[in-house]
Design a protein around this ligand. Structure first.
Ligand code: SAH
Ligand code: SF4
Length: 430
């Protein structure tokens, strides 16, 4: 979502100030740090990066008038505190305030100093943004922001704000523009995307499944994905959509966080392990090639060895195709930060390493099982593996590198999988 927001900020400043994105801070007039507050590490990274870039520019000759801005969720959470820790910062704004940037830049030019905008709801933002300037085969479109679930470890409800769904007509219009600009894959984004609920112009209520069907009717849409879903917001309509909507890719990022019911309860996740297990089974039944991805937190307050072993057992049972795993990070305002029985850091680190061993082994085994399959690949970019190679994704969201003319970027091609690696596949153009 931060990548999406950064793109929209670029669209906005292009229109208001004729600015364009440059590839190094050296040649920039304005440097925006678009930040994440989900774990402490991400927050600390902001301050070290700010210092690094500032130093780098000081060495520049001659030193220009560079504006420093901090946006995103650290901006929202820390606000004016950022000016204290990094006094050279000129602007701070939250994830729901970036549409105010043109005005803030004007104020700065008029002599204003240390301006901060961190108080709006998502509702105003999209109306103030210009048409998306997105180019390329894969386009993300934010359809939902914020979250009302208040999982006990999570800052999102405090930084992105309350749950809000973008009106159907706005979403469809942005999808249309992306398609006109050459997109063939549309990724619908939301913090809790399967909680999407909004009206269309006729006052008909749309949930995510209905929105997907509407997007799928647009002529040039070849692929649709959505991230990230919550297990407690799954429903049978969405399941049916996987069976019936040809463009909807068989890929679901459905975080479980822990394989222990008592930990899930303390996390206030609102579902049990068995609820998750049943959805995993239903999804695989409705689409045999379903790629299932998840997130895990280890070292949550009170997590015992037995709880952790339950997580390992669940991982072995579900055999996730992909997963992100994190050490619990206490976050401001959240209930979990002040819970008793915090897990010692060393124990948490050890558990994380063990969990990742299991996840990585299973991912590699699943990737190796792809060998011999013929897959439809949407070619996205040239490959980091070298010239003559391109990278694309299977419908199940697996990355595949293979030799091909870069002219095929943006096209669908048939590829035979020849090797399964830890994080990607190797293929051969058919
Ligand atoms: N809305 C999504 C995910 C939002 S944050 C959901 O509910 O699943 C992305 C991931 O970051 C979470 O799934 C969780 O695994 C991780 N995360 C969030 N808060 C965290 C914290 N305090 N410490 C460690 N990991 C955290
Ligand atoms: Fe955070 Fe996701 Fe829980 Fe919302 S549902 S509070 S975004 S982890």
């Amino acid at each position: 979502m931060n990548v999406y927001d950064a793109g929209r900020i670029a669209d906005l400043l292009q229109r208001s100030h004729g600015m364009h994105v440059v590839s190094t801070p050296d040649s920039a007039d304005l440097i925006i740090f678009n930040t994440c507050h989900i774990r402490e590490k991400a927050e600390e990274k902001l301050f070290s990066e700010l210092g690094r870039v500032k130093k780098m520019l000081e060495r520049r000759d001659p030193v220009g008038q560079v504006v420093f801005a901090v946006g995103g969720c650290v901006g929202q959470a820390d606000g004016a505190e950022i000016f204290r820790r990094a006094p050279f910062v000129d602007l701070v704004f939250g994830p729901q305030n970036y549409h105010e940037l043109p005005r803030m830049l004007e104020q700065l030019a008029d002599g204003g100093r240390r301006l901060c905008a961190i108080d709006a709801e998502a509702v105003d933002k999209f109306d103030a943004l210009p048409e998306t300037g997105h180019r390329g085969p894969v386009a993300s479109v934010t359809i939902q922001e914020g979250c009302n679930r208040f999982c006990s470890y999570c800052v999102v409800p405090y930084t992105r704000g309350r749950e809000w769904s973008r009106p159907v007509a706005d979403v469809l219009e942005e999808v249309r523009v992306c398609l006109d600009h050459g997109a063939v894959e549309i990724q619908l984004l939301g913090q809790n995307v399967n909680a999407y609920r909004a009206m269309d112009d006729d006052k008909t209520m749309f949930d995510l499944a209905r929105l997907i069907r509407e997007v799928a009717r647009m002529a040039s849409v070849k692929r649709i994905r959505f991230v990230t879903s919550h297990p407690a917001d799954m429903n049978d309509d969405l399941l049916q959509a996987f069976a019936e909507v040809a463009a909807l890719c068989p890929y679901l990022h459905l975080p479980i966080q822990s394989g222990s019911d008592s930990v899930l309860q303390a996390m206030l996740r609102g579902h049990s392990v068995d609820h998750y297990r049943q959805w995993a089974q239903k999804l695989r039944r409705v689409h045999p090639d379903m790629t299932l991805a998840s997130d895990f937190i280890v070292g949550f307050p009170g997590e015992t060895d037995a709880d952790f072993n339950d997580t390992l057992a669940l991982v072995e049972e579900i055999r996730f195709d992909h997963a992100y795993s994190f050490l619990f990070s206490p976050r401001p305002n959240t209930a979990a930060a002040s819970m008793t029985f915090q897990v010692p850091l060393e124990t948490g680190r050890r558990r994380l390493a063990i969990l990742q061993e299991h996840l990585n082994r299973i991912q590699l085994e699943n990737n190796r099982r792809q060998v011999g399959r013929r897959e439809e690949i949407l070619v996205e970019t040239t490959s980091r593996l070298g010239s003559g190679m391109v990278m694309g994704r299977t419908r199940g969201n697996r990355r595949v590198n293979f030799a091909a003319d870069p002219a095929c970027i943006g096209q669908m091609v048939a590829v035979e999988i020849i090797e399964g690696l830890p994080n990607s596949l190797r293929g051969r153009l058919v």
